[in-house]
Design a binder for this molecule. Sequence first.
Ligand SMILES: Cc1cc2nc3c(=O)[nH]c(=O)nc-3n(C[C@H](O)[C@H](O)[C@H](O)COP(=O)(O)OP(=O)(O)OC[C@H]3O[C@@H](n4cnc5c(N)ncnc54)[C@H](O)[C@@H]3O)c2cc1C
Length: 431
Amino acid sequence: MDADVVVVGAGLAGLQCARRLQRNGLTVQICESRDGVGGRVRTDRIDGFLCDRGFQLLNPAYPAVRAFIDVASLDLQTFGAGVMVRKGQRLTTLRASLSRPGGESSVLSSGLIKPKEIRGLLRWLGPTLLRPSSASRATRDSTLADSLDAVGVTGALRRDVIDTFLAGVLADSSGASSANYARLLMRSFVRAIPGLPSKGMAALPEQMAASLGAPVRVNTAVRDLRETDNGVEVDTDRGRIRARVAVTAVGAEDLEELTGEKTPPTRGLTTWWFQAPEPPLEDPLLVLDASAPQGGPNGPVWHTAVVSNAAPSYAPAGSALIEATTLLDRPDGLADEREIRQHLERIYGASTRRWQVLINHRLPHALPVSTPPLIDRSVQRISERIFVCGDHRDTGSIQGALVSGDRAGQGIAGILAPASRRSDNEPSAKR
Ligand SMILES: Cc1cc2nc3c(=O)[nH]c(=O)nc-3n(C[C@H](O)[C@H](O)[C@H](O)COP(=O)(O)OP(=O)(O)OC[C@H]3O[C@@H](n4cnc5c(N)ncnc54)[C@H](O)[C@@H]3O)c2cc1C
């Protein structure tokens, strides 16, 4: 045998699985088809700018992040708590505070906040805030849209803020995602303000990989894997590996080819990254557009932010970095640069003439679809010696990927590791 376990894929799930296995005294080989670790969490460094492969944020409130990641050493640069909303000529700042949501007179006169909707929102989210298990798979679930209708969140706050914000987070503008999952996400936003590591989101998987006992075999795609009488054989484009057990920690789009397991559907988005000589505004907040006559964005951009306002390390001194995200479930998800610029000019009320595109990330498989009922903790052992993990086996998030990888590692250790070497007393990653 070359190792106790072969892990296929060095995204967050594969890395956490490997770490858990090693902590239990098992030997592991990790094969990654790309040229580095991280999977969907990687960062392009372009002319001194840090452009994550798709705008995303690290939420330090995720239990799995608290349990498995040294957040302090990532030097998180946090966003502000709230959003800015462009509606016609007006740009309103909504500060997130459940006790006094947007109490300033400018906010109240904007018409975005109505007491009835705030009360409805608290009814929608309140139980999950107090008890996360109230939004778990055991609880009745419905679509996000139906759940908000049911509590009377049907006015401007819904149309102009909540629907747009959650569509950007879930890559789903239809409102068909699981309400329970959306509640868990909103709970994590209430509990902590997300941010960006000073060295880019890639610092997260790089930290995990650095703590492994053996290097990840990058540029090593797995082509086939099968069970034998006493283990598994894994064929890579650099040769065969024999082990006792294999774990596929690949994304949803690659699962079926390797394992025959049905491919979970996915949702996609694109992120445009612009550099600018100065920021179009100073606030470290996500900016939403609500200028369409029916509410929501009047153009292809579902959210944008001057990322360098929140994360100065993402841009060289004296310049600004701006992200703009479109959704691939919209007809204008693949809008061209001219359309993106025109929309950004309306949102920021500023010219983009001196802005330059650094890169445009197109990510058709950004997140697994999460329709009701929420099914986290899906089955991971698909045969005697082959396991599957990844965000598609839990929830489509950093939390979900870490938990799924850890759960697979624990399951395998329970089978392979002698009881004396098992590390069952690790911190909990439960919500
Ligand atoms: C644009 C974007 C924004 C996001 N925003 C957020 C956010 O704000 N907050 C949040 O919590 N989550 C967010 N997510 C989701 C989060 O990034 C993912 O849920 C998580 O990274 C998934 O990790 P994973 O290990 O399950 O899968 P992946 O990261 O997809 O890892 C799978 C790995 O397997 C490798 N692989 C595939 N096939 C093979 C093969 N045959 N051989 C070897 N290796 C193979 C791949 O190269 C990849 O490295 C976002 C994702 C995207 C793309």
